[in-house]
Design a protein around this ligand. Structure first.
Ligand SMILES: Nc1ncnc2c1ncn2[C@@H]1O[C@H](COP(=O)(O)OP(=O)(O)O)[C@@H](O)[C@H]1O
Ligand SMILES: [Mg+2]
Length: 391
């Protein structure tokens, strides 16, 4: 039995893998009719911050106790996880690793210590006057007088990230941080040529496996498309990105799946492509949904193998190209209304709908298409996703 915190699409997509491996999942879900609860038979309703709910989920004194606790998101109180670990429940990823996916200041500090490449950055003090002065100094040194401000905790899908040219652009965040909200950091606005992601899994006994590095395309800070492998990437840059992912996984002691979001940019010194780390996710990640249909072992199965300390599966791709297109919002009243036309036109498309209520911009599902011609694969994946958006 694996206990999972979270009831969204990531927990939902663990279910088929668990079924195939004969492993039972019990999830702590936010709502009884949410994405994961629709497909899992064993769910408890409660908040990820609710200590009693997490303890009941693991049920340590039950004969049905969970062998391990894992997550589909980072928003779980770290002190509680430390306590569970000390009292004998395996937690994967462990709290000492997970904190680097919870807090961008801790993550930047540690990666810098490990010698891994990051954008230039500084932590912003919580005192408002000091904050304004640190931000002004940082901006003064930046090209175009722009930088990126981030909240250190709690952000996702671009919420908590702002391009700024003055501290006035984050006056609300400075005020919030002064009254106890998570502190801010500012970073250089990386003139990236594209965004990449390096996905890796590590099991407690140390085995590590990487999937091919992918290109991820975001719209309004939200992932909209992933191309696997990253088109035109050199063998050197691919190896460099995979090595960074292995170094992060090993250096931070990550267990389970880790996604390392990367910026690819041209190194001004050499004119050659280089990469730096944007952020980390310690769980299956949107940049890895292509693996469900495009790799021998999906990230969801690999996560379950890793947290159970089972040998990891092959990460080889099963086709030259796989493109994942997200369905972000829809003008339909039911996404399934699009299925007849989609299935007629795109019989090769692998559709994955999350059972979520339709809201503008919300991640409602994705489509994977694999094949040998990238342009065709991409065009067809995007067109199939557009049908689901009602276009
Ligand atoms: N330093 C930066 N320079 C340029 N763009 C950035 C920078 N940081 C973030 N972004 C853009 O904003 C997106 C979301 O930022 P990220 O830190 O990944 O936040 P989230 O936790 O919301 O995913 C990134 O995928 C990238 O497109
Ligand atoms: Mg991100």
């Amino acid at each position: 039995m694996i206990a999972v915190v979270g009831g969204g699409q990531l927990a939902r997509m663990m279910a088929p893998a668990a079924g195939e491996l004969g492993v039972r999942l019990r999830a702590l879900v936010e709502a009884p009719d949410g994405s994961a609860a629709q497909v899992l038979t064993d769910t408890r309703v409660g908040a990820a911050s609710d200590e009693a709910a997490i303890r009941a989920l693991i049920a340590p004194d039950d004969e049905d106790a969970a062998a391990v606790l894992t997550f589909e998101h980072e928003h779980v109180p770290n002190a509680l996880l430390q306590d569970l670990l000390e009292h004998g429940t395996p937690v994967h990823p462990g709290p000492d690793a997970l904190v680097h996916a919870q807090d961008k200041i801790i993550m930047r500090t540690r990666l810098t210590e490990l010698g891994l490449p990051c954008p230039r950055w500084v932590p912003v003090p919580t005192d408002p006057d000091a904050a304004r002065s640190v931000i002004a100094d940082f901006l003064a040194g930046e090209r175009d007088g722009e930088a990126v401000a981030k909240t250190s905790r709690g952000g996702y899908d671009g919420k908590g990230v702002r391009v700024i040219s003055s501290s006035d652009d984050v006056a609300d965040w400075i005020e919030a941080a002064a009254s106890g909200a998570p502190p801010l950091l500012v970073e250089e606005k990386v003139p990236f040529t594209r965004e990449l992601a390096a996905l890796v899994a590590r099991r407690p006994s140390g085995e590590v496996r990487t999937w091919p590095v992918v290109e991820s395309i975001q719209r309004d800070g939200v992932c909209s498309e992933v191309i696997a492998p990253a088109p035109g990437i050199s063998a050197e840059l691919e190896e460099r990105a995979e090595q960074i992912a292995r170094d992060v996984a090993t250096g931070l002691g990550v267990t389970g799946v880790l996604a390392v979001e990367l910026f690819e940019y041209l190194d001004p010194a050499t004119g050659e492509p280089a990469v730096s780390v944007n952020e980390l996710a310690m769980r299956p990640h949107n940049s890895g949904h292509w693996t469900i249909d495009g790799a021998v072992t999906s990230q969801f199965e690999q996560h379950l193998r890793a947290v159970l300390d089972l040998p990891l599966g092959s990460t080889d791709p099963v086709a030259p190209w796989t493109v994942m297109a997200n369905v972000l919002g829809s003008s339909l009243t039911e996404l399934t209304d699009a299925l007849p036309a989609l299935m007629e036109r795109f019989p090769e498309a692998r559709v994955n709908l999350y059972g979520k209520g339709i809201r503008a911009g919300r991640k409602l599902g994705h489509v994977n298409v694999s094949g040998s011609d990238l342009d065709t694969v991409r065009e067809r994946a995007l067109a199939a996703a557009a049908l689901l958006r009602g276009e």
